[in-house]
Write a protein that binds this ligand. Structure first.
Ligand SMILES: Cc1cc2nc3c(=O)[nH]c(=O)nc-3n(C[C@H](O)[C@H](O)[C@H](O)COP(=O)(O)OP(=O)(O)OC[C@H]3O[C@@H](n4cnc5c(N)ncnc54)[C@H](O)[C@@H]3O)c2cc1C
Ligand code: SF4
Length: 508
């Protein structure tokens, strides 16, 4: 009996579980461009274009390898515009009675497939190094699910950067070497960009016509759309950026949106590169003396540590992870996140860069847009929808734990032992944003005070009961208590006034 094999837009891996279990002589691969996936949040036009173009290229590769592919284009007249709708349409058309899929990366689609009137097998997605069952076993009985302990397990499991059973260099984590600011450097190599081919050009026209209102600039579009492109991006990163990756990991520069970051997340997340292969080549660069240990360890930790860990948390928690709001934050998302004018230079840069490139690096996401959301008390669900919309690499399994958990502490501390709250001093130390800002980062109160300085204390006091007994935060409360009464009052009234202006839509 003929089976349908579902391949989603983030499952573009030739040996993915559903394909391994299928028979090209009998089964039909179903791939579908559908409006529902482009609009459940208003995805950045570059992200939609990346996925559609990569899907079209991948379908051509599958056909070349002997598969029959039933491919629905977004503007096909019969397109039902949803994944379940297209599966049912193809099943009726081809007389197929069951569907084989690789388990999607988000609960929304897992549940949609579970609810289909046809039998759907969802094979585990073994592109991840840690299976759901393995993560659940690791998590069982632990009071705290700390990434660092999980990461060490993954180092042992993969053998990456190990000398026997000991970590290379005698220590697991070199993060303390990785918190340097960066200086503008005109000679820092820039990541490769890929000229749109005929397929991508056609997709760009389609996206421009179909999603004209989505936030973000569609052109110039320079992302790779095939595995060959992704390998070029990987080679470039290893040769040119990895050596400085560690040193510059937390730095931010107004005129350099990418510094020494890899920009590999979209390729990893849609299946054009595998986690193990990128880590293996990074380790080889270290062993060949081409990149220092702090850089290579830091990079590998992001992938076999953070990336696998956040997915484990998302899958372990089950549906509803993104609905949590432990701190009860309920402020609406300010228009500045959608590009409205703001006088805060750091936010202005991070949002403009996001609009133009569909990319911002981790510290911009965590310590600028995320930090502001946290201390201003913005709804974590509004922020979750924003992060899921605006980034090239956004998929809920990785975006939600980073936003809801790491950045907003809305999961109540599953992901982090304390919130990433900070004043403007952090941004000043790690970036060159403050010099051009209308606010003064050194001013703690008064009309020119940096809003992060005001909101930081406002946040700590709003949540005093929860955090003052946290050993990593108690010192801040002692500092506040020792502060002069006039300054305390000026800080809190300054923060209230700022929040009122923010809420009323005044430019802040
Ligand atoms: C609020 C917020 C939202 C985020 N949303 C996403 C998202 O939707 N998709 C996404 O892939 N990442 C997300 N991240 C994690 C991280 O910011 C991005 O993976 C990274 O910026 C991608 O750029 P890069 O490839 O240049 O990363 P690099 O700095 O070069 O890092 C190398 C790789 O490590 C992995 N990685 C690094 N940090 C993390 C992390 N915290 N969690 C998971 N993987 C990580 C990525 O695969 C990345 O490609 C988010 C972080 C925050 C704070
Ligand atoms: S002064 Fe404050 S608002 Fe301005 S860039 Fe610095 S941290 Fe951001």
């Amino acid at each position: 009996m003929r089976r349908l094999v579902l391949i989603l837009g983030d499952q573009l891996t030739p040996d993915i579980a559903a394909l391994r279990a299928a028979d090209p002589a009998r089964d039909v691969v179903v791939m579908a461009e559908v409006r529902a996936e482009g609009t459940y949040v208003p995805h950045h036009p570059q992200k939609i274009a990346l996925i559609l173009s990569a899907m079209r290229h991948f379908a051509a590769e599958l056909r070349g390898a002997g598969w029959t592919v039933a491919y629905s284009r977004l503007d096909d007249p019969g397109n039902t515009q949803s994944i379940p709708g297209e599966l049912l349409r193809r099943a009726a058309e081809l007389g197929a009675s069951d569907i084989h899929a690789t388990r999607p990366g988000e609960w929304r689609l897992i549940e949609a497939l579970d609810g289909m009137p046809l039998p759907v097998t969802q094979a585990a997605d073994d592109r991840f190094l840690c299976s759901d069952a393995e993560f659940a076993t690791w998590a069982e009985g632990r009071k705290q699910l700390r990434m660092e302990w999980f990461y060490r397990e993954m180092r042992r499991k993969t053998g990456l950067l190990m000398d026997g059973d000991q970590p290379v260099g005698g220590q697991w984590n070199f993060d303390h070497d990785n918190r340097k600011a960066a200086k503008a450097d005109l000679f820092r190599p820039r990541p490769p960009r890929f000229d749109p081919d005929a397929v991508t050009s056609e997709v760009l026209d389609l996206v421009a016509a179909q999603f004209p209102d989505h936030f973000g600039r569609l052109r110039p579009f320079g992302w790779g759309v095939t595995r060959a492109d992704a390998l070029v991006a990987l080679d470039w990163f290893i040769a040119h950026a990895l050596p400085r990756f560690g040193d510059e990991q937390d730095a931010m520069l107004a005129d350099d949106p990418t510094l020494s970051h890899s920009l590999l997340s979209p390729y990893l997340n849609i299946g054009l590169l595998s986690a193990m292969e990128v880590c293996t080549v990074a380790e080889a660069a270290y062993r060949a003396g081409k990149a220092p240990l702090n850089a290579v360890e830091g990079f590998i930790r992001q992938i076999i540590g953070w990336r696998e860990y956040v997915r484990g948390i998302y899958m372990l928690h089950g549906p509803g992870y993104a609905d949590q709001n432990a701190l009860g934050a309920d402020r609406a998302l300010p228009a500045l996140y959608w590009g409205a004018k703001t006088d805060m230079a750091c936010l202005s840069h991070a949002v403009a860069q996001t609009r133009d490139l569909a990319y911002a690096h981790h510290i911009q996401r965590l310590m600028v847009t995320g930090l502001f959301g946290l201390i201003a008390g913005i709804s974590p669900q509004a922020l979750h929808a924003w992060y899921l919309s605006v980034y090239i690499d956004a998929f809920e399994w990785v975006e939600a734990p980073n936003t809801i958990g790491m950045s907003q502490f809305a999961d109540g501390g599953v992901l982090g032992s304390k919130p990433y709250a900070a004043s403007g001093a952090y941004i000043d130390r790690m970036s060159d944003y403050c010099g051009s800002c209308r606010y003064k980062v050194k001013d703690k109160t008064g009309p020119d005070a940096c809003p992060f300085n005001l909101l930081y204390w406002h946040f700590l006091l709003r949540h005093r009961e929860r955090f003052q007994t946290n050993p990593r935060m108690a010192q801040m409360y002692r500092t506040w208590d020792k502060m002069d009464q006039t300054r305390r009052q000026a800080t809190l009234s300054g923060a209230d006034a700022f929040l009122q202006r923010l809420e009323s839509g005044t430019t802040v």
